[in-house]
Design a protein. Sequence first.
Length: 393
Amino acid sequence: MDRMREDAYRAVREEVAVRADALWNVALRLHADPEYGFAEHRAAALLSGELERAGFAVQRGVAGMPTAFTARSGRGRPAVALLMEYDALPGLGHACGHNLIAAAGLGAALAVGAAQASGGSVLAVGTPAEEGGGGKALEVEAGVFDDVDAALMFHPGVHSWARAPLTAQVQYRVAFHGRAAHPTGNPTEGIDALAALVELFNVLGVVGRRLPDGSHVQGIVTHGGTATNIVPEYAEGLFGLRAATTGALRELAGRLRECAEGVARATGTTAEVERATVRYEHFQDSEVLSERFAAHLARAGITLSPPAPGVYLGSSDIGNVSTRVPAIHPFVAIMDEDGSDHTPEFAEAAASGRAREVLIAVTEALACTAVDVLRSGELRGEAWARHRAARGG
Ligand SMILES: [Zn+2]
Ligand SMILES: [Zn+2]
């Protein structure tokens, strides 16, 4: 059994090795041609084309998104999904290194597909618009991950962390309706909607001091009236809510609604509160799988540590996948800790010699972890048991 697993690791590593130059070339082509969320047409065509040529059954335009796709090798369960992000950042190119995520997911899927001896399937999933569009959230809703046992990806970073402390996030639009009037001529007739919105900011400032660690609200005014000689009858703000867990985010959204309604009662306005974006859930790491990934990656001399305590990062739509199936999203450093993603320096690092080394090491580790998922019923059982326990808790 162990001997057979070792043989399978060797086989996928060989498949990665023969593709190393081609995978790096894919990473560089994406890097040189950045496309933005939901418009990654050339990236999706390049990646799905490579998979199709290798015999994967490709389905394009999944979940109603033209640049989303799935590619399957084999059939049925067990099934392991390898995720590819490929959107860039306006003005900054591949400053989040998604070109490397795409090439690693592609390489691991091709390697496992080519070396696949046992049953089950490898599903490569093209996931558009991670930077704000929530492509994966829409794919989860469309059932793309319904018959999958594990979802695997990595993210380049400035740290090498086994798991990602990704928070839950959503935006809400709050509108206040008052009554217009001339501020001098008939001031008592006016009901100032902007004053209500300003009051909401004040109340949230007080509430903010009592929120749990990782929770916060950031608001902006998107409509604040039209002229200084009219009492504003309409005012609107957009509020970004973030929390360490999806449960805490739900509570925070409830708090926002209460505050808006309270302010409306106090000011004689009416309030409308509505969700303005897809909700990004917090990331729930599958420890048994991220441990397997870390062990495979250690072979290449890259050590992953737990994230620094108390650190919360931004949000990602992998969170929505991770509440549906056991998932991993480790960070592997492509630059030193004094750097940051979403900078021109990070974009440069995403096409550097170090990035190439990371890409090949990570592709091997993802492929070997996929082999573990496909070959070990025990591992799958443990991953699902812990996943369900965490969901229930
Ligand atoms: Zn990013
Ligand atoms: Zn990213």
